[in-house]
Design a binder for this molecule. Structure first.
Ligand code: PLP
Length: 401
């Protein structure tokens, strides 16, 4: 492997994001390939026993085993870290592997977590079901309310964990306030940035300590692979996350890393165009449906805060119809938009959260976090928005709206 300029931080960190997204992190083999090489290998061989020994001692820079290092995976990690403005990144097999690693690597029995109550179903499961089994207690709060963060802090609070915008209610968390509060109390803030990615929102700029991703969503962007990522300081990644990851093995396959690397090349373009399309669809729906929660529309109660933190509104938003029955009629009438619980895809997708993504969350918790029986979440893709709007128009008519 050759160190191209793409691997040299003193050069890549001066590049603008659109350049980094295409070139940062690139290593080249002796073939000088332009597109990143895919290293589908679990192991590496050594020229001598002495070199093997030196490598395990950390005295030789080469790789030893793909649970510990892989060139294709390393290229993706360097690219994500740079785009996030972070010192380091490690990728995992899925978004949930990333969230689990980001939490478990730093928590111990006796610790306390404060978490936003509006969250992806499996993120709630981690906090509500998994952590208590290991003696970690938690308080879930309305993360939109700064005072609730402050009030929930205990002497043993170790982590703040939240999404902004939250899935699927589109609650916005005040990043600068909450991350600043965490710093003041020696608490680590862990932000799930799946809805935006660094193309639209960079929590590190607002003081976040750790940012975790489902790279399955906008980073791949074409609905192909599961992937996750955690970024943070070199100290956190190398000394806290890495020992956990190397010994428990939630690694991303080099193949999936390569697919996401290709996705990163078009991330900025897709995120911006899908945001524009989602805004057009939002304008169409406003007034036509009883309630819409869209960070790009002034009707969102936190629209101003959202636009201070995000470069654009993102492809995802939610809206509400009367009840589950009407939501199902609407979904079943769609001809172009797929009924799918995935998001971040170049295709427009829609789902009923209470019966799918938040099925595992109790009805009480759903009501508390604002996931109503009539809530629908849409991911607006790269299709011509006029076609997406026409499809929604005919389906809304069939549903009596
Ligand atoms: C999808 C999602 C996850 C989980 O990611 P996977 O890649 O499906 O494991 C976590 N958080 C949020 C906000 C998500 O949207």
């Amino acid at each position: 492997m050759k160190r191209t300029t793409g691997k040299d931080r003193s050069i890549t960190s001066t590049w603008r994001p659109a350049t980094q997204a295409i070139r940062a992190g690139t290593w080249r083999s002796e073939q000088n390939e332009t597109s990143e090489a895919l290293f589908l290998t679990s192991g590496y061989s050594y020229e001598s026993a002495e070199i093997a020994e030196a490598r395990f001692r950390g005295e030789d820079a080469g790789m030893t085993y793909s649970r510990l290092q892989n060139p294709t995976v390393a290229m993706l990690e360097e690219r994500i870290a740079l785009l996030d403005g972070a010192e380091a990144c490690r990728v995992q097999a899925s978004g949930m592997a990333a969230m689990t690693a980001a939490l478990l690597c730093q928590l111990s029995a006796g610790d306390h977590v404060v978490a936003g109550r509006a969250a992806f179903g499996s993120c709630r499961w981690l906090v509500d079901q998994l952590l208590p089994r290991f003696g970690v207690t938690s308080t879930t709060i309305d993360a939109r309310d700064n005072a609730q963060w402050e009030a929930a802090i205990r002497p043993n609070t170790k982590v703040f964990f939240f999404e902004t915008p939250a899935n699927p209610t589109m609650d916005i968390v005040d990043l600068a306030f909450v991350c600043g509060l965490a710093k003041k109390h020696g608490i680590t803030s862990v932000v799930d940035n799946a809805f935006c990615t660094a193309a639209l929102q960079r929590p590190i700029e607002f003081g976040a300590d750790v940012v975790a991703y489902s790279a399955t969503k906008l980073m791949d962007g074409q609905g192909r692979v599961l992937a996750g990522a955690v970024v943070g300081t070199a100290d956190f990644i190398n000394n806290v996350l890495l020992p956990f990851q190397r010994n428990t093995g939630p690694n991303l396959s080099p193949f999936n890393a390569w697919v996401v690397l290709k996705g990163m090349e078009t991330l900025d373009l897709r995120a911006r165009r899908q945001s524009e399309n989602a805004l057009a669809v939002g304008h169409f729906l406003e007034g036509r449906v009883p309630r819409i929660s869209h960070p790009g529309l002034p009707s969102h109660p936190q629209h101003n805060l959202a636009m201070q933190q995000m470069d654009a509104c993102g492809p995802i938003f939610s809206f509400e119809v009367e009840d589950r029955k009407q939501a199902f009629i609407l979904l079943d009438a769609l001809k172009l938009i797929d009924i799918s619980n995935n998001i971040g895809d170049a295709r427009s997708l829609m789902c009923h959260n209470a019966s799918t993504t938040h099925y595992s969350v109790s009805a009480e918790a759903r009501a508390e976090m604002g996931v109503s029986e009539g809530m629908l979440r849409i991911n607006v893709g790269l299709e011509d928005p006029h076609d997406v709007i026409a499809d929604l128009d005919q389906a809304l008519t069939k549903a009596g709206l």
